[in-house]
Design a protein around this ligand. Structure first.
Ligand SMILES: Nc1nc2c(ncn2[C@@H]2O[C@H](COP(=O)(O)OP(=O)(O)OP(=O)(O)O)[C@@H](O)[C@H]2O)c(=O)[nH]1
Ligand SMILES: [Mg+2]
Length: 369
């Protein structure tokens, strides 16, 4: 039996098994089994020849963040990318027009954002069908994914794309589960939870652990609504958590009433790439979701330079990160920094050191020794 067949078999059994107290152990086992089979499929020894599928397919990363376009063929990815960036990427009514990654750059609020147009994927892409695996491998390394959908096609396509990405270890619009599993030498499995367990019970936790041959461990659950799938994600460990925006394209072809319904989909922006409708909202949503930090430099005695911000990623935006992104030597030469803006304690300008964390639109002066 191939891995794909084995996966199908486990999925069928899960579908047949009703969730209740008596079956929770069995279901936990099945979920862990499924995760291990999926790993086999995308791992280096997988039947499709390796999960490092981005090789020869990926492109050099430029700019402060990369946004990858994922969707079925002919939904309008290339049309959108070409117009956004001014880089030509062939578009046509024929499916699979785009055959490799096509990069372009879009400047948003002074920050260069890399846009990656990708080939269309098909259902079963993460099982190694078509070039889907390589496409998803590139998407895995992006800072934001645009899931592009054609509003003229059934919205079930949304679920299909999501499960393709999830099957490859990508978690969309989700934070890593606040769960730790600490293996130990002896003592069995000890479970502590700071919140009530609603979607998983002790039997299920033990079943998942035993499937991974973990017989001694401290499990700490600090978040409500944790499921067996979350626990599997924590144990597998190689999941990536990426924000996604659903781009609902081709709204030029539908009625206002139909458009109203689309607005109910979370994290979505209806647009028309062809007629350039609502693209401003899409770019703003992209900017907000990327959550970048712009910092303006202020030379001594001069006004801040608002024309070209230094753009940093949140979580990596200390004074030290700021200095390093200008020039490696600056940190050594700096005596102190002065900050104005949201991260400063007062409006006169606060004297700070290298570990000070900056906020969007702060102004910084570096004083040298
Ligand atoms: N009506 C309408 N048609 C569009 C829109 N955007 C793109 N199209 C058309 O849809 C077809 C497919 O567009 P592409 O941009 O090539 O689609 P793609 O997603 O890049 O397709 P692949 O590269 O094959 O995956 C073309 O005929 C476009 O002219 C839109 O907003 N409205
Ligand atoms: Mg294309």
């Amino acid at each position: 039996m191939t891995t794909v067949q084995k996966i199908k078999e486990v999925e069928d059994e899960m579908a047949r098994t009703q969730k209740n107290k008596a079956t929770s152990y069995h279901l936990g086992q099945l979920k862990a089994k499924l995760a291990k089979l999926r790993r086999e499929l995308i791992g280096p020894s997988g039947s499709g020849g390796g999960g490092g599928g981005g090789l020869g397919f990926d492109v050099a990363r430029t700019g402060i963040a990369s946004v990858g376009f994922v969707g079925f063929p002919s939904v309008g990815k290339s049309t959108l990318m070409s117009k956004l960036t001014g880089t030509h990427s062939e578009a046509s009514e024929i499916d699979f027009t785009t055959l490799t990654t096509v990069p372009g750059t879009l400047k948003v609020h002074g920050a260069p954002i890399q846009i990656l147009d990708l080939p269309g994927i098909i259902e079963g892409a993460n099982d190694g069908r078509g070039r889907g695996r390589q496409v998803i491998a590139v998407a895995r390394t992006c800072n934001l994914i645009f899931i592009v959908l054609d509003v003229l096609k059934p919205l079930g396509d949304k679920t299909l794309i999501e499960s393709e990405l999830e099957g490859f270890g990508i978690r969309l619009n989700k934070k890593p589960p606040n769960v730790t599993v600490r293996k130990k030498e002896r003592g069995g499995v000890a479970i502590t939870n700071t919140v009530p367990l609603t979607d998983i019970d002790h039997d299920e936790i033990k079943a998942v652990l035993s499937e991974y041959k973990i017989n001694n461990a401290d499990v700490a659950i600090r978040q409500a609504g944790i499921t067996a799938d979350d626990l599997v994600d924590v144990i597998e460990g190689n999941r990536v958590y990426i924000p996604a925006i659903y781009v609902l394209n081709k709204i030029d072809a539908i009625s206002i009433e139909e458009l109203d319904l689309l607005y109910k989909i979370p994290m979505s922006v209806p647009v028309s790439s062809r007629d350039w409708l609502n693209i401003d909202e899409l770019v703003e949503k992209m900017w907000d979701t990327l959550n970048l930090v712009r910092v303006y430099t202020k030379p001594r005695g001069l006004a801040p330079d608002y024309s070209s911000p230094v753009v940093l990623r949140r979580g990596k935006c200390t004074i030290e990160d700021f200095c390093n992104s200008i020039h490696k030597e600056i940190v050594k030469q700096m005596k102190y920094a002065v900050v104005w803006g949201a991260s400063a304690k007062h409006s006169r300008g606060q004297k700070v050191g290298l570990d000070h964390v900056l906020e969007d639109e702060d102004v910084v002066h570096i004083s040298k020794k």
